[in-house]
Design a protein around this ligand. Structure first.
Ligand code: NAD
Length: 359
């Protein structure tokens, strides 16, 4: 049955949600609430019904669900109030700034029998789906390293994202996505996380991190390197996936890239080549036809499935596409990332917890 939704937070992400919801027939946008009157005026000018207070939204019996797209520190109180008022909740990431806060939200969801799902929308990114397809089809052999790098040169936007109390910084912004995707991939392979090492950058002088490098190691020996930077004027490839018989690279958001596969022998002696002031046989390029280049695979994810799945979950027709147990584990690993960076030490992950997380 169609559900009536109110968007809380008519900002950058909120307006994107409204655009996507135009194609989701399972959801009717009942209205918009924002604490900023200018935003409410803009929403009204765009043709949306507006609510002047959160209370008015929560009192409206027509409203089945809310979608929270406000700054990170405000998710928890809004979500808890909404669930207590009988509304189901879709919430932006990071769902909260602490594991305990999220546990509190989960308890309220349980007590009120409401559905709560977090927007880990980048699971539906084409580039991530391409990486998954290449790994899952075994196209490059055993994958021993995944690098996911997102870089820009515009610093941190000059709003609440620079403010620690509001959950600013790149760990709460991008790492939540990159981590969620890698942990999901390995959980679905039933492979536990074994260690975390993180280095955060503060090169732009804000109180929050403007970038990070995170190394994750898994029980099968695979390593994931997650990196974000906001002062990078030349970008590294967004994805670099190394397997025993091939390599995949996705250069950018526009999905330029390729897969290169071995067709001949892995170890084949080459004629040494001049390299800088020396020479090398080990690193000599393959010129003998023993590798072949393929285009990136075709994938057709639709992020609107996230909203459709939520309605199906409410109606008891589907399991949630983003499970709260997965979100909780991601928040727990985020804590390890902050702890590792603070101590400049590798965090060895409790194996009972890691195995529980992928069970
Ligand atoms: P934004 O600053 O553009 O918009 C936030 C809006 O919320 C503003 O209009 C503000 O007036 C309003 N607001 C603030 N406090 C409020 C409150 N208590 N009640 C109602 N309205 C309130 O921020 P944004 O970029 O849209 O980010 C919002 C959320 O979306 C954040 O949690 C962010 O992490 C997330 N986000 C997710 C993605 C994604 O891809 N999933 C992308 C961008 C942002």
């Amino acid at each position: 049955m169609t559900k009536n939704l109110v968007l809380i937070g008519y900002g950058g992400m909120g307006t994107r949600h409204l655009g996507r919801l135009k194609d989701v027939k399972e959801i009717h946008v009942q209205g918009v609430f924002d604490t900023d009157l200018n935003k409410l005026e803009a929403a009204a000018a765009a043709g949306y019904n507006t609510y002047l207070t959160l209370h008015a939204v929560l009192e409206d019996p027509q409203v089945d669900m809310v979608l929270i797209a406000t700054p990170n520190d405000s998710h928890k109180p809004i979500a808890i109030a909404a669930m207590r008022a009988g509304k189901h909740v879709l919430c932006e990431k990071p769902v909260t700034l602490s594991v305990n806060d999220f546990k509190e939200m989960l308890q309220v969801a349980k007590d009120t029998h409401r559905c709560l799902m977090v927007d880990q929308n980048r699971r539906w990114d084409e580039n991530y789906q391409m990486v998954r397809k290449v790994i899952e089809t075994g196209a490059i052999g055993d994958v021993y390293e995944i690098r996911n790098t997102v870089q820009g040169s515009r610093g941190i936007p000059g709003d609440w994202r620079r403010n620690a109390a509001q959950g600013g910084g790149m760990v709460y912004d991008w790492c939540v996505h990159l981590l969620d995707r890698i942990l999901l991939l390995k959980a679905q392979q039933h492979v536990a996380l074994t260690s975390v090492y993180a280095d955060l950058s503060y090169v732009l002088g804000h109180e929050v991190d403007d970038g990070f490098k995170v190394t994750l190691k898994f029980a099968d020996g695979m390593r994931a390197l997650l990196e974000v930077g906001t002062a990078n004027f030349i970008k590294l490839p967004e994805w670099y996936v190394a397997g025993t018989t091939g390599t995949m690279q996705i250069d950018d958001f526009e999905l330029h890239g390729k897969v290169v596969n071995l067709t001949g022998e892995l170890a084949k002696d080459a004629i040494p080549v001049e390299a800088g002031a020396g020479f090398t046989k080990t690193m000599a390029p393959r010129t003998d036809g023993s590798i072949i280049e393929h285009p990136l695979p075709e994938v057709h994810p639709d992020v609107r499935d996230w909203y459709r799945n939520f309605v199906a979950w409410i109606d008891g027709k589907a399991e949630p596409a983003v499970k709260n147990s997965e979100v909780l584990w991601t928040l727990q690993v985020i804590d390890m990332i902050f702890a590792s960076a603070k101590a400049d030490q590798v965090i060895h992950v409790d194996q009972a917890a890691a195995i529980h997380a992928i069970a």
